[in-house]
Every structure is written in structure tokens, then in C-alpha cells.
Design a protein around this ligand. Structure first.
Ligand code: S3P
Length: 444
């Protein structure tokens, strides 16, 4: 078990402009595509979290030279299928489900077996969802009965373009097949339930032949494979999922105001802002511009004395997937009973997040009603808990850790939270910002 964080109960008032680390999804995609481009790719403001550092280590093992100075990164791409590596290498993706799944898409032609491993949490997660379509493309796997890591992949010379239906609303599954399509001859057709569309945006930005037809609930993506593309420049915007913690902290505090600049406000990522505004928040998105194929803007938020209950639209699930925990906390402090449904994917994250999210609220004294894919939260705006709250056994899930810290800053009680290093997988400056906003904590 890692060290614990002790955070004292304290109400604070702040008026600040803060900067949030680079977007995790986009940082991983720019690295992967930089590795497949020809020549020198420059990535500015890359996220330097543990997930990204593990991704960089793996790409280096595959023969890609990568250098970085602070948050600026240079990737020496070797072109499509240009990886060069020794036999029997092991790639360790650490905690990163996104890297572990997406890299498999780029290995469909690998001449030798490559072993893919991850940490304890990643080793519990399902890989069948990407293995099955990758087998149809031509890759071969050695895998255990549960279809979890560790696994071995070997590619084949003959990779087929497939027609693939992605029906979970998983951007990871969709993107894995999009990356595999780069190495398949002919046209790959993907019909995908709506999910974050950064891979589509960056494919278009790079001039990879991609046609997209947007329908109401799904998109049809057609990719022509085996077309080389040039190296590129990219500046990664701030991660909206990381911003969500501080937006909710501001809303639930008194007399606070926060501005966050240059945030990725891609429509497929800011569903939580719409939900919070429906609950009565007045979060503003200002100075919207389109850069590198993505929408960027500044976000301004003020404290909101009362939030209303929400009946969260089930079709937003994929859009909110990384923000549910922090939304649950907002609902716990809202007036009335909120409900969230269509959450079966939430238990398949770094931890069973639906179950543990409910448990966390119960520990705070908030009543919940849980089913296997839904939760009702009995909001209680005036709730204060005086005893010290101990948060433990959460599989080191970074988002549970950060949600617990925000709970500590908004409930009048002291918190002890286990595995105080877990936030580093996605948001390394999280605790620095907590400190910058005036909260006190120590490691015990
Ligand atoms: C991600 C997609 C989501 C999300 C994860 C990042 C991505 O996972 O939860 O944090 O970058 O594609 P799923 O696509 O599996 O839902």
C-alpha cells in the first residue's frame, strides 16, 4: 500500500486563474501517431503523467526515439509499421488502459511475439473487446481464459480491412481499430456508437484518408490504409476531465471563482458541464477557437449556493464516463434525489467505479441506491460529517483518490486517503493546485 494523505477540514475561498495539465487522451494519441509518421514530430504541453511516461517507455522499446524537455516532446517517427525491436520484448503499460489497448492496433503486423503487461488494476480489465476485432484483421494472440493481461501478440503480413461495429461507446475500442486500419490494405469501415472523437480529429489533421458520416447515435468512419503521412506539430490543450475536479470544488465552495485557460472543449468531453449547468451551475465557456482539429476555450466558474437534482440523460454515458465520480459528489450536495443510469461500463474502469463511488458517498453519510448499472443519490446540501473519514481499498484508482480529496475540501471533516500517489497516473499537478487554492494536507 502507498502512503496516505491526511487532509484537514477547512472551508476556503479563492479567486484564481489556474492551469491544468495536458489532455491524457490526446497526449497518448499524438505519441502513437508521431511514431507512425515520417520524421520529427513536435508535441508541446504534453501531459507528463505516469500513464504517458509508461507509454513513452514502451514506444522506446519498439525502436522509437523520443526526447522531452519539460512538457515539450520530440518523437522521431519511423513511418507506418516502422517499429524495430528485439525478440521477446515486454511492454509494460502500467495503469494505462488507453495505451495498452491502442498500441495493439499498431502491432497487427509485428513479426515477433510481444508481451503486454500492466499493473494490478490494468491486469483485471477486459481485453477481449479489442482482441476479437484485431484477430479478424489478422493478429494472433496468446491469452489467458479471462482475456486479461498479460497477453502476447504476433502480427501477420496479411492484414484485412474489416467492417467493425463498436457498440459500447468505447473510444478505446474504436481507436484501436482505427490505428490497425492504418496498416490494413483497402478500406476499413467502423460503425461506432458515439464516443470521444480525438482519433478522428487527429487523423483528419494529419491528412490520413478518413471519411466520417455522423448519425444521431453512431458515426460511420471509413479509413483507407497504407497511406504514409508526414510528421507534425501539435499543442496539447488542458484536460477537461482533470478540470472537472476543480470546477466541482468551486461550485461546492463559498465565494469562489475560478478561470481555467486553454481547455479542450471537444463536445464529446464536456457533457459534464452541460449536466452541471442543468443542475443550476453557471459555468461559462469563453474564447472558443479551433486548433489542431480540436475546440479549445477558457472556462469560468463561480460558487453556486444550491445545486438542483439531476436525472442524467442515459445517452450521455460515454461522454461523461471519466466524470461520473465527481458528478456523484455534486449530486450528493444537491437538493433532491438524482439518478444516473446506463453505467455498466463504469464498473470496468481502473476500479469498479460505480460500486466504489457509491461506497464513498455512503462513507460521507450520503444515502444511495445502487443497481448493477445505475445509482440514485439522495442529495443533502447541508450535510456535514464530523468524524475523520478513512478512504481505503480503491484499487489505487486515480479518479477515486481525486474525488475523495475534493470531498475532503467540501465536507467539514478530516480525511485520510490511501494510496496518495495514485493521482500521478493522470494529473501530476493535482495536489499542487489543491495547495495553491489554500488547502492543507500532509502525507502520513
Ligand atoms: C479514453 C476512453 C475512455 C476513457 C479513458 C480514455 C480514450 O475509455 O474512460 O479514460 O482516450 O480513448 P473507453 O473508451 O474504454 O470508455
Amino acid at each position: 500500500m502507498g502512503k496516505k494523505l491526511f487532509i484537514e477540514s477547512k472551508y476556503n475561498s479563492f479567486k484564481k486563474t489556474i492551469s491544468i495539465d495536458g489532455d491524457k487522451s490526446i497526449s497518448i494519441r499524438t505519441l502513437l501517431l508521431g511514431s507512425q509518421a515520417y520524421g520529427k514530430t513536435f508535441i508541446e504541453n504534453i501531459l507528463l503523467s505516469e500513464d504517458i511516461l509508461n507509454s513513452i517507455k514502451c514506444l522506446k522499446k519498439l525502436g522509437i526515439k523520443i526526447f522531452f524537455k519539460k512538457k515539450n516532446c520530440i518523437v522521431y517517427g519511423r513511418g507506418l509499421n516502422g517499429f524495430e525491436y528485439k525478440k521477446n520484448i515486454i511492454l509494460n503499460a502500467g495503469n494505462s488502459g488507453t495505451f495498452a489497448r491502442l498500441i495493439l492496433g499498431l502491432l497487427v503486423k509485428s513479426p515477433y511475439y510481444i508481451k503486454l503487461v500492466g499493473d494490478e488494476s490494468l491486469s483485471q480489465r477486459d481485453f477481449e473487446r479489442v482482441i476479437t476485432p484485431l484477430q479478424r484483421i489478422g493478429a494472433n494472440f496468446k491469452i489467458n481464459r479471462k482475456k486479461t493481461l498479460p497477453l502476447k501478440i504476433i502480427g501477420s503480413n496479411f492484414t484485412n480491412p474489416i467492417k467493425y461495429f463498436e457498440n459500447r461507446g468505447s473510444a478505446q475500442c474504436k481507436s484501436t481499430i482505427m490505428l490497425a486500419a492504418l496498416n490494413s490494405s483497402g478500406e476499413t469501415v467502423i460503425k461506432a456508437k458515439k464516443s470521444r472523437d480525438h482519433t478522428e480529429n487527429i487523423f483528419k489533421y494529419l491528412g490520413i484518408p478518413t471519411k466520417i458520416k455522423k448519425n444521431k447515435n453512431s458515426d460511420e468512419i471509413r479509413i483507407r490504409g497504407q497511406k504514409a503521412f508526414k510528421s507534425f506539430r501539435y499543442k496539447v490543450p488542458s484536460d477537461p476531465s482533470s478540470c472537472a475536479f476543480f470546477i466541482v470544488l468551486t461550485l461546492l465552495s463559498k465565494n469562489c471563482e475560478l478561470k481555467i485557460k486553454n481547455v479542450n472543449v471537444n463536445q464529446s468531453r464536456i457533457g459534464y458541464i452541460k449536466v452541471l449547468n442543468k443542475m443550476g451551475a453557471k459555468i461559462k465557456i469563453k474564447n472558443v477557437k479551433k486548433l489542431y482539429g480540436e475546440r479549445q476555450a477558457d472556462i469560468v466558474v463561480k460558487s453556486q449556493p444550491y445545486l438542483k437534482k439531476i436525472n442524467c440523460p442515459p445517452n450521455l454515458s460515454s461522454n461523461l464516463i471519466d466524470e461520473f465520480l465527481i458528478l456523484f459528489l455534486a449530486a450528493a450536495k444537491a437538493n433532491g434525489v438524482s439518478s444516473f443510469s446506463n453505467l455498466s461500463e463504469l464498473n470496468k474502469k481502473e476500479s469498479p467505479r460505480l460500486k466504489l463511488g457509491s461506497k464513498l458517498l455512503n462513507q460521507l453519510g450520503v444515502k444511495t441506491k445502487l443497481t448493477k448499472d445505475s445509482i440514485k443519490i439522495f442529495g443533502n446540501p447541508g450535510l456535514v460529517t464530523k468524524k475523520t473519514i478513512n478512504i481505503k481499498k480503491f484499487y489505487k484508482d486515480h479518479r477515486i483518490f481525486m474525488t475523495s480529496v475534493i470531498a475532503a475540501c467540501t465536507f467539514n471533516s478530516n480525511f485520510k486517503i490511501d494510496d496518495a500517489n495514485s493521482y500521478k497516473s493522470s494529473f501530476p499537478s493535482f495536489l499542487n493546485i489543491i495547495k495553491e487554492l489554500g488547502y492543507k494536507f500532509k502525507f502520513i
